[in-house]
Design a protein. Structure first.
Length: 148
């Protein structure tokens, strides 16, 4: 089953984000409409809903195309992705006025203050999460689709 291996790689990559984003959208609707949260969280949802599924799919296609040369395990390959997504998301959020960098930390929506001391452990947790997602879920889907 060697036909359309890049299409299968893309579909295996977009599987998990496509399942998680409706849950985030439901949480947004409950928070914004039912609980009347004053934070305009829809501005923070636009970037992940538009970029993350495609990034996962394209990143899995890149792993498939480069794996024979690099021999990089899929978990390590997936753990590199936050180093691309998070800075680009931060740049987009700064450009849209959702995120501001201050002397003490990051200010999100002009309301939520996150100290710089919490950003590094949070980013480390994201990298570990991506490693595990890519190793077990995306790697498992790649194996089930016969492209691993």
């Amino acid at each position: 089953m060697n036909s359309h291996s890049y299409l299968r790689a893309f579909l295996a990559g977009v599987f998990l984000p496509t399942l998680i984003l409706p849950v985030l959208l439901t949480a947004y609707i409950v928070g914004r409409v039912v609980l009347k949260m004053p934070i305009p969280i829809e501005q923070a949802l636009i970037f992940p809903m538009a970029i993350v599924p495609s990034a996962f799919g394209l990143w899995n296609m890149l792993w498939l195309g480069s794996h024979r040369r690099t021999r990089l395990p899929i978990g390590v390959h997936g753990a590199i992705l936050p180093f691309l997504i998070l800075p680009s998301g931060a740049a987009a959020a700064t450009g849209f006025g959702v995120l501001a960098f201050g002397a003490q930390g990051v200010v999100w929506f002009h309301i939520v203050h996150v100290p710089y001391a919490l950003i590094a452990p949070g980013f480390l947790a994201v990298v570990i999460g991506y490693y595990l997602i890519w190793k077990y879920i995306v790697g498992g889907l790649n194996g089930a689709l016969g492209i691993a």
